[in-house]
Each structure stands twice: as structure tokens, then as C-alpha cells.
Write a protein that binds this ligand. Structure first.
Ligand SMILES: *Cc1c(COP(=O)(O)O)cnc(C)c1O
Ligand SMILES: [Zn+2]
Length: 438
């Protein structure tokens, strides 16, 4: 099938670095066998790229995206606007964590509530350009919901594979969005394998994170937006939750392309954070390996379902992103994640899902061990909404009080005295101010 890559783009292998011209390759490198394909943009094409400042979506960077303009691309770009999410300073969270110049890129403001919409938008555009009939993905929930959302808006058929244990809100979202929802009895890796087999068997187009080369290209727009929203200045560090490693790869691609375009003058340090129970990339980083050691049968154990990955799909590029930018990788505990969900929400007004909160959870240790300095400008990415994982965070916030509709009982529940007596104010009907006429 033709792939209609934008002029200036070539396919490049994450393992052996071979490059291939447009056409003929889809997911993996034909030279070394199983290397994941990525994309590279020629310096000349990058240098002539312009921002479409009148487009308030990720497609304002269409010049740096790998699909040439076409009716199909325009259809996807307008059917469900994705990206151009808010970036704002979070001084109260900064004061609590000791990073004074702290910023939050709120990608939960995307249509399905997660950063993964950026990938799905580009993948569905590629699917329409290729004339695909069905798109499919494995997912811990957000990738599937994002694919289902873009599919719903464009009308392409969508099949999703999620593991048992996926938060109910994410499954409900998939179901109302009209996707075929298959809950696979097994892990995320089992869902990835089954989705791949189904795609091979029935000729579906596979969006699975890190498997489809367009995913990281879509996600790179988050980095381009950060640069533009900071007035084309670059933060000192960006802290990114890591599961498959595709987001951090995309973030690296975005900053690298902005540098090649001459829009920025240096790269920020990329800091990857994993849950301690799903940390093969952080482990590889610690031991200095180029690739993670995946122990068969060792699963992923964390409430942060979005990063509960035992065998990362984009491992090589993720580690390279950290290495090339002078960053680091670290892990956080389940306890630290829950505390960070509450702390972030209660100081910013933005409720992150546990996967996103790992970035906040990591800040104290990063400061303590010198990977961050207190005066540095640091950007966090809110990769997904906490409303999609409320089952994971019960008890993490302030206590929930239960009370009969009685001011007297409320005073005792709150532990606050009342001016007694409280005539006529005992039972429900009179509680709204001004509601009594007699
Ligand atoms: C998918 C996801 C991540 C991790 O992205 P990877 O590409 O798998 O590293 C982080 N946070 C949320 C909310 C996600 O859905
Ligand atoms: Zn290769």
C-alpha cells in the first residue's frame, strides 16, 4: 500500500538505523528483521517548516508531520480537533515540591482525556490515506479510547484489545464510543500479541503503541506546543511517565525537529519515570544497558495502569531519548504515586491519573540527588485524566464526610459549633437560604 509520506521523510530503523524511502515498509525493518520503524526528517525539509498559527490543533505543525496534505488528512484533522492543550505555571505545586518554576502541560484536555489522541489522530489519517477498512489497537485503556474517539468522528471501524483489570471508566468510554471492545484475559503484553495476530490474520491496520511508527510522530506535537507556548524558549527538563516508552520518544522527536527547524536552540533534559513495579527501562538505564532485560513471566505490578508495561514496545528509542538529552530515568513507589495524585490535584485543580502523577512523585528524589536544581524550569505532562481511573485512587484525597440533611448533624460531622438554638432548621426542606416563606 502507498504510505504517502511527506516529502523529506524517510523510514528509519530504531535497531540498525537503516533508512528506507517512502513505500514498501509498514511496521518493522526488513533489513534486521524485528527493529521497530521510526521516521526521520531531512534537515532541509525541517529548515523550511512553518507553524500554521491559525490552526488551533496539533495540525498547526503539519509541515513537520509525516503525511502529505490530502482530503483524508484534512478530514481527520477537522473531524476531532486534538492538541493545542493548555500549558500553565503551577506555582502552588512548585512550592510544595521545591521546583519554583514548574509548568503543567495539560494533555488530559484532549477530546478523549489523554495525550494518546495525538497518536491516534495521525494513525487514523494514515489509515484513511492507505485505504484501510479497519483500525485496531492493544491498549491499557487510553490508546484504545483515543483510537475509538477518532474512529467515531471519522467513521472508520475500530477494534480494541484491553487486558483484564483495565479501569471500568476506560472500558465504559470505549463501549460508548462504539468500538469493538475485547477484554483479553491476560496482561497488556497478551493484548498486544493478540491484537497483532488479529491484524495479521484479517488485514487490519495496527495502531498499537510503538508498533505503528506514526504514534510517536503524532505525540511529538506535544513538545512542539511546549516550545511555542513558552515563546520558543526551552525548559531545562521535561519529566515524562514511561511505559512503552513511546511518549518520551515522541517528546524527543518533537524537540529534535524543533531544533532542526531552527525554532529552538537546544534540547531539554528528558527525565523518564516508571512505577517500581513496571520498571525494566529504568533498570536498563541504571545498569547502562542499551536495551531492557525482559524476564518472561515477570509481569507489571502497579496501580498506574497506563504504564503497567513489562515488555516495552519502544525501548531502544526511549533509552536513546534520555541518553541523547542528558536526562535520567527513575522509579516511584505505589505510595508515592497516590500521594502525588492528591498533591497535584489539590494544588493545581487538575486531577491526573496515577500514570501521570508519577512525574510529580519523582520530583523530590530528583531534586535530592541533583538531577534537578531548584531554580530550573521544569515541565510536567498530564498524560491522562484521573476521572478515568477513580477506582485506583479511592482514599488518596481528603476524607469524604457522610451526613443527614441536618445542620445539627453537620456541625458534629464537621466538628464545628453552631449558634444554638437552630429553630426550624432540623430537617431537609428549610436548608436552602431564602427558601422559607412563612
Ligand atoms: C500510555 C500512557 C503513558 C505512557 O506512555 P508510553 O508511551 O507507554 O511510555 C503515560 N501516561 C498515560 C496516562 C498513558 O495513557
Ligand atoms: Zn533494522
Amino acid at each position: 500500500m502507498p504510505d504517502h509520506l511527506m516529502p523529506g521523510f524517510v523510514w528509519s530503523c530504531a535497531r540498525c538505523a537503516a533508512t528506507f524511502p517512502p513505500g514498501g515498509v509498514t511496521y518493522t525493518c526488513p533489513r534486521c528483521g524485528d527493529g521497530r520503524l521510526g521516521m526521520a526528517l531531512s534537515p532541509a525539509s525541517a529548515a523550511s517548516a512553518r507553524v500554521r498559527t491559525d490552526v488551533p490543533t496539533m495540525w498547526r505543525y503539519a509541515d513537520l508531520l509525516p503525511l502529505a496534505d490530502s482530503p483524508e488528512v484534512r478530514r481527520v484533522a477537522t473531524a476531532l480537533p486534538v492538541g493545542w492543550t493548555p500549558l500553565h505555571a503551577v506555582p502552588r505545586l512548585g512550592a510544595e515540591t521545591g521546583v519554583a518554576d514548574l509548568w503543567l502541560k495539560n494533555d488530559a484536555a484532549n477530546p478523549t482525556g489523554a495525550l494518546k489522541d495525538r497518536a491516534s489522530s495521525l494513525v487514523v489519517a494514515a489509515a484513511l490515506v492507505r485505504g484501510e477498512q479497519v483500525v485496531a489497537t492493544a491498549s491499557s485503556g487510553n490508546a484504545a479510547a483515543s483510537l475509538a474517539g477518532v474512529a467515531a468522528a471519522t467513521g472508520i471501524t475500530c477494534v480494541t484489545f484491553v487486558p483484564t483489570g483495565t479501569p471500568p471508566a476506560k472500558i465504559a468510554q470505549l463501549s460508548v464510543l462504539g468500538a469493538r471492545v475485547v477484554v483479553v484475559s491476560g496482561s497488556y503484553e497478551d493484548a498486544v500479541a493478540l491484537c497483532w495476530s488479529a491484524c495479521v490474520e484479517w488485514g487490519w491496520y495496527c495502531r498499537s503503541t510503538g508498533v505503528n511508527p506514526f504514534t510517536a510522530e503524532g505525540k511529538k506535537t506535544v513538545a512542539l506546543e511546549i516550545c511555542e507556548q513558552l515563546g520558543w524558549s526551552v525548559p531545562d527538563a521535561v519529566v515524562v511517565p514511561v511505559g512503552d516508552g513511546n511518549i518520551i520518544t515522541g517528546v524527543h522527536r518533537g524537540f529534535a525537529d524543533a531544533l532542526a527547524a531552527g525554532w529552538i536552540s537546544r534540547l531539554p533534559r528528558l527525565i523518564g519515570v516508571q512505577a517500581a513495579g513496571a520498571s525494566v527501562l529504568a533498570e536498563a538505564w541504571r545498569t547502562g544497558e542499551d536495551a531492557p532485560v525482559v524476564v518472561p513471566g515477570r509481569g507489571a505490578g502497579t496501580i498506574a495502569d497506563g504504564i503497567a508495561v513489562a515488555d516495552p514496545q519502544d525501548a531502544l528509542r526511549a533509552l536513546a531519548a534520555v541518553r541523547t538529552t542528558g536526562g535520567t530515568m527513575t522509579t516511584v513507589t505505589e505510595e508515592e504515586i497516590l500521594v502525588a495524585v492528591h498533591r497535584t490535584s489539590a494544588t493545581t485543580g487538575v486531577f491526573p491519573e496515577p500514570s501521570s502523577a508519577t512525574a510529580v512523585a519523582a520530583l523530590p528524589a530528583l531534586l535530592a540527588d541533583g538531577h534537578l536544581a531548584a531554580g530550573e524550569r521544569v515541565v510536567l505532562i498530564n498524560t491522562g485524566s484521573g476521572l478515568k481511573a477513580v477506582d485506583r485512587v479511592a482514599g488518596a484525597g481528603t476524607p469524604v464526610l457522610r451526613c443527614a440533611p441536618s445542620l445539627r448533624e453537620l456541625s458534629s460531622v464537621l466538628g464545628v459549633g453552631v449558634r444554638s438554638p437552630l429553630p426550624g432548621n432540623e430537617q431537609g426542606s428549610g436548608l436552602l437560604p431564602g427558601s422559607r416563606t412563612g
